[in-house]
Structure formats: C-alpha cells, structure tokens
Design a protein around this ligand. Structure first.
Ligand code: TTP
Ligand code: MG
Length: 377
C-alpha cells in the first residue's frame, strides 16, 4: 500500500443515467417520468433507464420487452450514439482541464489523479459545478486513497453522490455488502466464495489467505482478499489503448440465408471502417464472430501485411472468413472486428458505436465474470 501522506489520492466520476440524462436535455417535458433508452426490435435491450424507471425494476441490459412489462407507462426513446459520444468528449475535456492525469474508462466515467491538489474535495466540487453548467449533467463522485475505494464510493449514493472514504471507512461501511460489490469479484467468483461460507466483504477480507489460495489459486486467491479489504495500488494510467474495434448485430430472427449474412457483414464493415478512419486507426487483423441459434460461438481471424481501414479490404477478408466457415445452422449474431490497431489519436476507449444497442449490451454482459481481474482499475 501507499505511504502517501494524503489519504485522498483518487477520484472516480460517473455521470448519472448518462444516455437518458442527455435525452432529457432535449425533451425537458419528460423530466420526472420513467424514461428508457433502448432499441425497438424484438431483441432490443435497455441501454439505460432513468432513476424513475429504475424504481419499477427496469435496468440496463434488460430486454426492452421486459422493461415494457415492468413499467408500461415509461417513455421509450431510441439511442443516439453520436450525440452521446460528443457529450462524452466535452465532459472528458473538462476533466482534463481541471486535473492533469485523467484515465477515461468509459463514455461517462473516469478516474482522476488528485495527488498534489491542495483541496481535492473543493476541486471536485468545482469540476461538478462546471460540468453542470457546461453540459447540464449531474455526476456522482467517489474520493478515496485508491481506485477501488473511489469506484465503489462513486456508486454508493447515486445519483449526484459525493462520497469521500478512507480505506478503513470503506471496509467498515461495506463490511456486510456482498463480495460482488467490488469490481473484480463477479457473480461466478461470488458464488464460489459463498460455497466457502464467505458472503460478505468482511468475511472475504478476514478469510485466511490459505483458504482463498486453495480454492482460487495463488494469484486470484490473494487478490480477492486484497480487494475485499479495499487494498489496491493501481496507478491512474493514461487512457487505455484501443487495440481493436468491432461491430456486431443480433438479428431479430435467426438468419439462414448466406446472402443476408454477407449484406449484414458489409454494412457493419462500412460503419466500422468509417469509425476507424475518423479516429485515424488502422489494423492488420480482421476477424468475424458468428453465434449460431444453439449459441455456439465461433471466431475466425486473418492478418494481412499492412494495417488498413479500407472497406474493400476489410469486407473482402471478412466475407472470405464467413464463406470458409459456412455457418452450419441459422445465425443469431454476426460481428466483424479489426484488431492490432495502430492508432495515433484515440484517447477514449469507445468500443461502442454499435449498430444497435444490443451490441453494446452483449459486450457489457459478457464482460461480467470473464474479465473479472482485467477490469480497468
Ligand atoms: P453506466 O454509468 O453504467 O450507467 P448510467 O450512466 O446509465 O447510470 P448510473 O447513474 O447508474 O451511472 O453506463 C453509462 C452509459 O453506458 C449508460 O447511460 C448507457 C450505456 N450502457 C449500455 O449501453 N449498456 C449497459 O448495459 C450499461 C450498464 C450502460
Ligand atoms: Mg453512469
């Protein structure tokens, strides 16, 4: 752990109900009502719900059809990703204007390095006021000695939360919370912890290292104990480097016709290449992802000699990979990816720009347990 004199080294900031809040700026008459941003197809999912809608149990990644059943009076709006990205860019620029080191970890969230600031609380209050004035959004902020405390604190009193905690205070406050409260402990790990009778953060934090190591191996075992005690020494990095960009689409109805798959791949490659070009990125590895109706998921990739963002090249390789695989069953989801990116420009790890909200969701849903320790902390 750090021996810094100041216990408050890190802030985590996360906008409240980000997509919905942006929509409400242009539809102020909907304020105070349950509002949901989601796609409209039969497999659409909720990207975000206003806090009024959340009271009915509506939440992100839930099928839109279920959200409609839970809250029939909610207003459903289609997503407008380009506006969200633009607002995100403005917001992140403001963060950088206030604090030297900012690590952007999502469209609406970032870590800020508070080290050296005379009064971290006051600095964050000023930043929040500026964000409110300039982009009319409210955010929640957590401040703590490390990224883990800051992250959990920012989530603790949403919306418009402002929670400052030392590590010891975080341990005390969340002692009885389920282990999955902490990033890095996903539902699968939580279930395995529960099998050991460890159902609270306090219990995991107090468990003998040997018990955790026997069950989870030396790395994860030790890390679980540390995380449960809110120990974390990760630095505020530069924004994560974008190493790949992808588009994927879940079909409303599973697709059998090869021609339709080809067309879909082409249209996704078109938006993907446009985005790569817009960000000055090119990549050498072109891949496809195919999920069949029985949920078999297959990826295929091919690397070419020179990095590209050229539509002809990307779509030709993707089409060939699809032809070679020749899906043996109806296709539920299709995706295209360009990886091994050489980029000079991009700061915001926006893997978004999805063809439809479902694509964003699939990614977010999938990053649950599988990416537990790879979380951007
Ligand atoms: P979050 O910050 O997780 O959620 P939020 O800002 O909507 O709400 P909160 O007040 O709890 O922070 O995500 C930011 C945006 O990312 C969100 O507005 C929509 C998008 N998103 C998805 O598209 N799918 C998802 O599953 C989630 C969680 C978010
Ligand atoms: Mg948010």
């Amino acid at each position: 752990m750090s021996d810094e004199p100041s216990p408050l080294r890190v802030a985590h900031l996360d906008a409240d109900a980000f997509y919905v809040s942006i929509e409400l700026l242009r539809r102020p008459e909907l304020r105070g009502q349950p509002v949901v941003v989601s796609g409209s197809g039969p497999r659409a999912v909720v990207t975000t719900a206003s806090y009024e809608a959340r009271r009915y149990g509506v939440g992100s990644a839930m099928p839109a059809a279920r959200a409609r059943r839970l809250c029939p009076q909610a207003v459903f709006l289609p997503p407008d990703f380009s506006t969200y990205r633009e607002v995100s860019r403005r917001m992140m620029d403001m963060l950088r204007a206030h604090v030297e080191h900012v690590e952007v970890v999502g469209l609406d969230e970032a870590y800020l390095d508070l080290e050296g600031l005379h009064s971290p609380r006051a600095a964050m209050r000023r930043l929040l006021a500026d964000i409110k004035r300039e982009v009319q959004l409210t955010c929640s902020v957590g401040i703590g000695p490390n990224k883990l405390v800051a992250k959990v604190a920012s989530d603790a009193e949403k919306p418009a939360g402002f929670v400052v905690l030392s590590r010891e205070q975080a341990c005390a406050r969340f002692a009885l919370a389920p282990p999955a409260l902490v990033p890095g402990i996903g539902p699968k790990t939580a279930a395995r912890l529960a099998e050991l009778g460890l159902t609270t953060l306090r219990a995991v934090g107090a468990a003998p290292a040997q018990t955790l190591i026997e069950r989870f191996g030396p790395n994860l075992g030790r890390e679980l104990g540390r995380r449960a005690r809110f120990e974390h020494d990760g630095r505020i990095g530069a924004a994560r480097k974008v190493v790949s960009e992808s588009r994927e689409r879940t079909f409303d109805v599973d697709v059998r016709e090869f021609e339709q798959l080809r067309e879909s791949l082409l249209s996704m490659a078109r938006t993907l290449c446009a985005s790569l070009a817009a960000h000055g990125r090119r990549g050498r590895t072109i891949g496809i992802k195919v999920r069949l109706d029985d949920w078999t998921t297959v990826t295929r990739a091919h690397s070419i000699a020179e990095p590209t963002c050229d539509l002809e090249t990307v779509s030709a390789v993707a089409q060939r990979l699809l032809g070679d695989y020749a899906p043996p069953r109806p296709v539920r989801l299709l995706g295209v990816r360009v990886a091994g990116l050489t980029d000079d420009a991009c700061e915001v790890p926006v893997d978004g720009a999805a063809d439809e909200p479902g694509a964003t969701h699939a990614r977010r849903a999938a990053r649950g347990p599988a990416e537990q320790l790879a979380l951007p902390l």
